[in-house]
Design a protein around this ligand. Structure first.
Ligand SMILES: Cc1ncc(COP(=O)(O)O)c(C=O)c1O
Length: 509
């Protein structure tokens, strides 16, 4: 047996790698060239896509070029295109080309950003990105922070630290069970616009989702500060231990921003942790005409913001900022002898593996760092204001149409509204028909979204606003223009008209 056969390598030769790499870059370039035209979603069922990828575990390897070509043959045809200008589902960032290159570069060196030693430049880039993000949103730049996989983990990190800080870090060793003298810990968020990730987090940190108090909102879907105070007071009286308030900074259904200064005052009065969930909208603070809405964000103890949403950084790239770096460090402190590095003092760097929930961590910072450097703050101001302008344009279309109902002001980039033929809108005034018309409207709006999805023209989703199923546009792609909005709006109307003509008679309205 020769040495060569014993010590095989995974690596292709440099020439083979170059050939495959150029091919992959060509595929990416083709994708970006056609992103405006490509169907937003493939019309394929999960079972059909499963079949495409069903094959035995390969016993032997294949030619690298053949493996790369699988992208064109099987992967790309069944891709969803969050990067399309007409993808409006959920809150999906569109991705930057420079971010795609950065992801490939980061993977090539494969630094583990859990520790400084395993990722010197990765760590310092992450630290720089955290400072830049803080500066962008007007948060103190001497804050702590960590890049996360996304907003859920950012919210988790924030509320995990909040709970520990509230208990003077006793929960770190004792867990919640050791803290006998309370009916339970409670946290507060907007009833209408609170995000589901906070429920998951409450379950993960052991307080349970029943710890969440849903605070009533005003007519603009913003948390009502007076209601917050009375809920906190009555919980204290009942023996609960309130510990945190989650303020929305660009909410999931209507882009609302809670009254941050008032919430900060209340948190100060009751000694509660203020967390600002700006996963979607915090970065909107860079827009001069919106800056006033963000006043008070600098007073939050922690802030979630997701570069992989409105900043279009490729997935996954969330971020949590902490006002007090020492609190973050204590909450995630950990020791293991096998992680000690016996180095000189001047070589002791930041270890992000001890500043958040993950130990091994990908080099998330590069795609964000390169994207920010590529565009600059001025570039991002322009891109974000385009999103807001598109939402305003959509609002104008809804306002001027008599077959649509307005539900909100255009705040940032998420905008919800309802399709309802004008005669049925008038019918809502009749108490005997009201409920049946609403039920029909729920069905109609859901079917519009479902049917539109199969055209490949645009992807929209529905949500519930004020108890009604409504159409929701999340205009998160930096590629969307008012023309895309017009095309998509007209498609919603066409589907609505067709469905109404075909199906209304089968409803008892
Ligand atoms: C307000 C808010 N918070 C948190 C999240 C969770 O973010 P992620 O999906 O990145 O975990 C979202 C997701 O849309 C969100 O809108």
């Amino acid at each position: 047996m020769t040495q060569e056969r014993i010590f095989d390598s995974l690596d292709p030769t440099p020439e083979e790698f170059r050939e495959a790499g150029y091919r992959a870059v060509d595929m990416m370039a083709e994708h970006f060239a056609q992103i405006d035209e490509v169907p937003v979603l493939p019309d394929a069922t999960p079972a059909a896509v499963e079949k495409v990828f069903e094959e035995p575990l390969p016993e032997t390897g294949s030619d690298l070029m053949q493996v790369i070509d699988e992208w064109d043959e099987r992967v790309y045809p069944y891709a969803a295109h969050e990067g399309s200008p007409r993808w409006y589902g959920y809150v999906m960032g569109s991705g930057t080309p420079v971010g795609a290159l950065a992801s490939a570069l980061a993977a090539s060196v494969n630094m583990n950003a859990g520790g400084w030693v395993g990722g010197p430049s990765a760590t310092e880039i992450e630290r720089q990105c955290i400072t830049w993000l803080a500066e962008m949103i007007g948060y103190p730049t001497d804050c702590g922070g960590v890049l996360t996989s996304g907003g859920t983990m950012a919210n988790h990190s924030a509320l995990f630290a909040a709970l520990q800080a509230t208990n003077d870090f006793e929960t770190q060793a004792a867990g919640l069970v050791g803290l006998g003298d309370t009916e339970g810990f409670t946290l507060y968020e907007s009833a209408h616009e609170g995000h589901s990730s906070v429920e998951r987090v409450a379950e993960m940190i052991g307080i349970g989702s029943s710890a969440i108090r849903s605070v009533p909102d005003d007519e603009h879907y913003r948390m009502d500060p007076d209601a917050l105070v009375s809920m906190i007071e009555s919980d204290i009286e009942a023996g609960y231990t309130p510990f945190a308030v989650v303020a929305q900074v660009g909410s999931i259904n209507v882009s609302a921003i809670d009254p941050l200064e008032e919430i900060a005052d209340i948190c100060e009065d009751f000694d509660l942790w203020m967390h600002a969930d700006g996963a979607c909208g915090a970065v909107g603070a860079i827009l001069p005409d919106k800056a006033h809405l963000y006043e008070g964000i600098d007073r939050a103890d922690s802030v979630t913001l997701d570069p992989h949403k409105w900043l279009s950084t490729p997935y996954g790239c969330g971020c949590v900022l902490f006002k007090e770096p020492a609190v973050q460090a204590r909450a995630f402190s950990m020791h293991a002898s096998y992680l000690d590095v016996s180095e000189r003092e001047e070589y002791q760097g930041t270890n992000f593996g001890f500043l958040g929930p993950e130990m091994s961590r990908p080099f998330r910072g590069l795609k964000l760092w390169m994207s920010i450097k590529d565009r600059g703050l001025e570039g991002y101001r322009k891109l974000l204001s385009q999103g807001c302008l598109c939402a305003e344009h959509l609002h104008d279309r809804v306002v001027e149409a008599d077959d649509f109902e307005v539900l909100q002001d255009p705040n940032l980039f998420i905008y919800s509204f309802r399709y309802l033929p004008s005669d049925l809108q008038q019918g809502l005034d009749d108490p005997e028909r009201h409920e049946a018309i609403d039920a029909y409207a729920d069905w109609l709006n859901q079917r519009i979204a479902d049917d539109l999805r199969f055209t490949g023209l645009a992807y929209i989703t529905t949500t519930i606003v004020d108890g009604k199923t409504v159409i929701r546009f999340s205009i998160c792609s930096h590629r969307t223009t008012p023309e895309d909005i017009d095309i998509s709006f007209e498609a919603v109307r066409d589907h609505g008209e067709r469905l109404d003509a075909d199906e209304r008679s089968s409803f008892d309205i």
